[in-house]
Ligand binder design. Structure first.
Ligand code: ZN
Length: 383
């Protein structure tokens, strides 16, 4: 009711004054105040995008089949979106259930959430929801409105809940995205659900995928699981019911369970490895380097293509002061994902252990150019 009044007021205001900052929202068709141009919106998102990827665990790179698949489903939905933006989809190497959208159309989904889903229709539900946040300018409006440089992120509890992220933040120190815990309003969330399902329908997906996904979330939250996604998207029976009403109006469409399970098979094959990784990081943080090493080796038996497994091995060997062996693991991690800052921080520490200070300096410089950390800065200031 209040919201309706506010919308009417905005529409009237725009009609009378015909202000420059008034525009029709491409998604909702409603008049609203626009405090940021589309070019500014895209620029803001593009600036934050690489930093957010670094901050949340880096890109998932172990199996390109997974990323190609997520990108193709994302682009299929982007094509039916109401606003043309440079949409881009990235799989984040993090076990937590999470997804986010930046202003301008940059969208991330965690590896952990992919592992939890069972069909392409469910994946489409998540991506369509995030596309609506970007297309409707939810994050941009919020950012402009607050003028605090906060981001329209769906997430970021990840920094606290997730051990890998904790390890990162322990080493990262000052995060460039400080205070980026902003979340969308409840109205924005309902809008993203509603129009997200409309995008699914346009792209030919079975809308039951959105209902099933919400049911999965509800079951997990009832089981007491605290995942980041729920901080911003509290699952509720009401939400499931609302989505079901929408879904029941349209029948048919793709579910594509087989396609989904086959494209994401690597994640299931390595699932125990990712569990070992989480335990290994915990052991490393407890200074139990021997246990961390054992868990890294266990994970590597399941998937040698995962740089995070090599990285854990490198950190464990660093803790055990077996620098030369650690270097082999760090080199593997760098080779598999040369774009992730933390691999360079690890290798720099191993070089330090070996007394190779010039090599350490060079790695800290690379690390710093990707993502600023106190640790890298301190070393470079000293040397
Ligand atoms: Zn949302």
């Amino acid at each position: 009711m209040l919201q309706q009044l506010a919308q009417q007021a905005t529409a009237t205001f725009c009609m009378i004054f015909g202000l420059l900052g008034c525009a029709t929202n491409d998604v909702t068709g409603q008049d609203e105040l626009r405090l940021m141009s589309q070019a500014e919106e895209i620029r803001l998102g593009e600036k934050q995008y690489p930093q957010l990827i670094q901050q949340s665990g880096g890109r998932y790179v172990a199996d390109p089949v997974v990323t190609d698949y997520v990108q193709s489903v994302g682009q299929r939905l982007a094509q039916v979106a109401d606003r043309d933006l440079p949409y881009e989809f990235v799989v984040i190497n993090d076990s937590d259930w999470n997804a986010w959208a930046l202003p301008g159309g940059k969208i991330g989904i965690n590896r952990g959430l992919l592992l939890a889903m069972q069909s392409e229709a469910e994946l489409a539900a998540v991506l369509a929801h995030e596309i609506v946040h970007a297309a409707a300018g939810h994050g941009a409006n919020q950012t402009a409105a607050t003028q605090l440089g906060r981001l329209g992120l769906d997430v970021l509890g990840a920094l606290i809940d997730n051990p890998a992220a904790r390890q990162a933040s322990a080493q990262v120190g000052s995060l460039v995205l400080g205070g980026a815990r902003a979340k969308f309003s409840r109205t924005d969330e309902l809008e993203a659900d509603r129009f997200g399902m409309e995008y699914m329908r346009r792209a030919g997906y079975d809308l039951q995928g959105a209902v099933e996904l919400q049911e999965r979330f509800l079951a997990k939250s009832k089981g007491g699981s605290a995942v980041s996604l729920f901080a911003t998207h509290p699952p509720s029976a009401d939400r499931v019911a609302a989505n079901r009403v929408l879904a029941d109006r349209t029948t048919g469409g793709y579910r594509s369970e087989q396609a989904y399970l086959s494209a994401t098979q690597s994640l299931r094959d390595a699932a125990e490895g990712y569990e070992a990784l989480a335990q290994g990081i915990k052991a490393y943080l407890d200074d139990d380097f021997k246990t961390a090493l054992g868990l890294a080796d266990k994970a590597l038996k399941l998937d040698k293509r995962e740089p995070a497994f090599h990285e854990l091995r490198g950190f464990a060997l660093l803790g055990l002061k077996r620098f030369e062996e650690g270097l082999t693991s760090a080199n593997q991690a760098v080779r598999l994902n040369p774009d992730y800052f933390r691999h360079y921080n690890l290798r720099a520490q191993l070089y330090q252990g070996l007394g190779r200070l010039l090599d350490a300096r060079s790695d800290y410089q690379i690390s710093l150019s990707i993502f600023p950390t106190k640790e890298a800065q301190a070393f470079l200031d000293r040397s």
